[in-house]
Design a protein around this ligand. Structure first.
Ligand SMILES: CC(C)(COP(=O)(O)OP(=O)(O)OC[C@H]1O[C@@H](n2cnc3c(N)ncnc32)[C@H](O)[C@@H]1OP(=O)(O)O)[C@@H](O)C(=O)NCCC(=O)NCCS
Length: 236
């Protein structure tokens, strides 16, 4: 593969354009956003990225490549030449100097967001299919307080609310990790949604939780059968 192939941006499926535009508007200026399908081309990975997926099954290799391609497209949107984004041993992406970003794959869509570190500080994004999460999973994902709030919803809304909770917690995890390197369990944080569920606040749940007591606001977008959640900005 030559350098020109490495730099080749992926085409954006037409169906994903409205999603990308809405996301870009919501995230605000200064942040590059790209959406692709999950079938990236592993041949377009940069050499330092390949080690992460050498032993992975082909579908995972394509998903990983899609994430890198989306992130490189996002980099170009903020005026940065595309560069390699290797994975650290803990699987977190290693962003080029001066940049920060986040990658998510959700079923059929991959999203990459990138910004300048001195402007954005940190970003975490997650994407999930907008399906109900089975009740057997709720106790491992939801705190007692979250379960009590779920009980106040009509039964048919509860499973999809848990999917939103899950998405918000994963986005929070990705947002905080580069700043703290802390591993978190789903019960370490508590998510409270706004009345229309387009915003949420994440709080550490107890003194035993490995995060200082703090609260952080995030944004949630549901469209096209997908749920996306993200958080932006510095920890304090
Ligand atoms: C890291 C994690 C959140 C990723 O979620 P996922 O559903 O497996 O996959 P997603 O598609 O949403 O995101 C995967 C991407 O997240 C990024 N990622 C992985 N680890 C990360 C970390 N520690 N910090 C930031 N980003 C990370 C990677 O870019 C990865 O894609 P890649 O491997 O292709 O590069 C999840 O695997 C995990 O380890 N969770 C820990 C427990 C948790 O979420 N707790 C929440 C409590 S707050």
């Amino acid at each position: 593969m030559d350098a020109a192939q490495c730099l080749q941006p992926p085409s954006e499926p037409l169906l994903l354009q409205p999603l990308r535009l809405q996301l870009a508007r919501a995230l605000g200026g200064g942040i590059g956003v790209a959406c692709t399908g999950v079938d990236g081309d592993p041949n377009l990975l940069w050499p330092s990225e390949r080690t992460a997926i050498l032993k992975a099954v082909p579908s995972r290799q394509r998903e990983y490549a899609a994430g890198r391609q989306a992130a490189r497209t996002a980099m170009q949107q903020i005026g940065c030449a595309p560069e390699a984004i290797p994975s650290a041993p803990d699987r977190s992406p290693v962003w080029p100097d001066g940049l920060t970003g986040s990658i998510a794959h959700g079923g059929r869509v991959c999203v990459g967001v990138v910004g300048w570190r001195h402007e954005v500080h940190a970003v975490g994004i997650d994407i999930e299919e907008d399906r109900a999460m089975g009740p057997d999973l709720w106790p491992s994902l939801c705190t007692d307080e979250e379960l009590a709030l779920l009980d106040q919803l009509p039964p048919h809304e509860r499973g999809r609310r848990v999917t939103r909770l899950f998405c918000a917690k994963e986005a929070f995890y990705k947002w905080q990790y580069p700043q703290t390197e802390r591993l978190l369990d789903f019960l370490d944080v508590q998510v409270t949604f706004s009345a229309d569920a387009t915003g949420f606040v994440v709080r550490a749940t107890s003194d035993g939780a490995p995060l200082p007591r703090c609260s952080r606001q995030g944004t949630l977008l549901a469209r096209d059968g997908l749920v996306l959640a993200w958080l932006l900005g510095p920890a304090s």
